[in-house]
Design a protein around this ligand. Structure first.
Ligand SMILES: [Zn+2]
Length: 425
């Protein structure tokens, strides 16, 4: 299984010149090691088609940069001599993934091999704080995470931020995030400026896209090439993986499934329209039906942690609370209805439900799967299963960190602070 990254520079020229070729080959070797974990130089030569001497030469540079490490010997079979093996290392290179949502900021920091160094979720009222306040808070949280990662021995190579909305990934601008009340916010530029001295490249992407990548690379349905991921927060977004690639659309705006209009006479949505799918299945909709006295947007109430709200509802469901049971059944049916639209469009093998959907999957899934099977044109023949994510609220920030890792693997020579020593004469 391997994630095929999208073209990062549409229309960009293919690598040219010896330096670009070497960079591409270093990247090729690292990608093999990421996908297969432990390989010998001969294995890498076989799978990449590179010459043995070239692989040895590239490996010398990667060892020098401490991006790979020797891990003893690997026996290829009962015959043949054991081969010295290498694995991805990069414990000194960090990748910081963040997510901002309506009521929290999540952080997931790893090293290059995926070892988790920092993982946090902080309550944050994004709407009440306004864009400026949220940028400042994101920067403060990022600064603390960078410190913690440095104490663990890793210097972050970059930051990626997941946002629930439409993102122009090339410019790092959030075009529209209805639930955060953000419009044309140049988040990458603003965050880079506030983070100033840290001099870290900042990328911004849609939360569902990043979570879908995390699911595809390390989730419950990892490796499933036709996979849809649904975020389950106040808003609902979709990340769509087709044939192992993220579907972005012409402008990068695909996956706005939360704003499929499912009820023209329904409740007003954050996007200004009425009866969008997320007004039926988002966390705010469930809270409104299950415990209206705690509904979102009531004046004078602090924003509680979403996890606490969901635990309260889970507790009520476990105790058989009739109002909560009816609310979750209704949300489950709407979840299946929207899921059937996606199944009819994309024919995924799996729809992974994340966020609060996953926390309440025990109660939601039976209603949702029944409805989906009933409404998909191909019926059960489509074999589309709804499954609960095991990555929970951390999926988008985890995907963001893995995108930074992908960036490093795409160009290992861009890592500052690990220049190779000059080759002996
Ligand atoms: Zn909407």
């Amino acid at each position: 299984m391997s994630y095929k990254p999208p073209n990062r520079a549409p229309g960009g020229a293919p690598p040219a010149g010896p330096a670009a070729l070497r960079r591409a080959n270093l990247s090729l070797v690292l990608r093999e090691l990421r996908d297969h974990r432990v390989l010998s130089r001969a294995d890498i030569a076989e799978t990449t088609g590179l010459h043995r001497a070239t692989v040895s030469n590239l490996m010398a540079e990667l060892l020098e940069r401490r991006l790979v490490r020797e891990v003893g010997v690997r026996h290829a079979g009962s015959v043949g001599r054991p081969r010295r093996a290498v694995a991805l290392h990069g414990a000194h290179v960090g990748a910081l993934g963040m997510e901002i949502n309506v009521d929290y900021i999540a952080v997931h920091g790893t090293d290059l091999s995926g070892r988790v160094l920092v993982e946090r979720r902080i309550v944050h009222d994004a709407v009440g704080s306004g864009p400026d306040g949220s940028v400042r808070r994101l920067a403060a949280v990022a600064g603390q995470a960078v410190e913690a990662m440095r104490r663990a021995g890793a210097t972050p190579a970059g930051i990626a931020v997941a946002v629930p909305g439409l993102v122009d990934v090339t410019r790092g601008v959030v075009t529209l995030a209805p639930n955060l009340s953000w419009h044309e916010l140049p988040l990458a530029e603003r965050l880079t400026s506030v983070l100033g001295p840290l001099r870290l490249p900042v990328r911004v992407d849609n939360d569902a896209n990043l979570a879908a990548l995390a699911e595809y690379t390390s989730g419950v349905a990892a490796g499933t090439p036709y996979l849809v991921y649904l975020t389950g927060e106040v808003g609902v977004g979709g990340g769509i993986i087709l044939d192992g690639r993220l579907l972005r659309g012409a402008d990068g705006f695909s996956g706005e499934v939360g704003h499929l209009q499912v009820d023209p006479h329904g409740t007003q949505c954050g996007c200004g329209r009425a009866g969008c799918w997320e007004t039926k299945v988002g966390l705010a909709a469930l809270v409104r039906a299950a415990m209206p006295e705690q509904a979102y947007g009531l004046p004078g109430r602090p924003v509680p942690d979403p996890g606490e709200r969901v635990s309260d509802i889970a507790g009520g469901l476990a105790a058989g609370d009739p109002r909560m049971t009816a609310a979750v059944a209704q949300v489950g049916e709407w979840l299946g209805l929207g899921g059937s639209i996606l199944a009819n469009l994309f024919n995924p093998r799996v729809i992974v439900i994340g966020g609060y959907f996953a926390s309440l999957a025990r109660w939601l899934l039976p209603h949702a799967q029944d409805q989906l099977d009933r409404l998909v044109v191909a019926g059960p023949a489509a074999r589309c299963r709804l499954v609960a994510s095991t990555l929970g609220f951390g999926a988008a920030s985890r995907g963001a960190a893995s995108m930074v890792v992908s960036d490093v693997i795409d160009d290992p020579t861009a890592i500052i602070g690990t220049p190779p020593r000059p080759a002996p004469v």
